[in-house]
Design a protein around this ligand. Structure first.
Ligand code: SF4
Length: 64
């Protein structure tokens, strides 16, 4: 599974990091999401899906 964040949409809420901390880090300056693991390991796919659902801006995209 591949993951990406649309930084034009991301508002730095940080919910993705709380949902999947191994997959998403947050930029120290503006709080925007930084993908750490792409492709996402199988063991973390469920957390990544949770992050997609939780993102208030719908900024995260998953693809196979
Ligand atoms: S939850 Fe969404 S808007 Fe917030 S930092 Fe993560 S990707 Fe960006």
């Amino acid at each position: 599974m591949r993951v990406s964040v649309d930084l034009d949409v991301c508002q730095g809420h940080g919910v993705c990091h709380m949902s999947a901390p191994e997959v998403f880090e947050l930029d120290a300056d503006d709080g925007h999401a930084i993908v750490q693991l792409d492709p996402v390991p199988a063991s973390m796919e469920a957390d990544a899906r949770t992050a997609v659902s939780a993102c208030p801006e719908r900024a995260i995209t998953l693809s196979d």
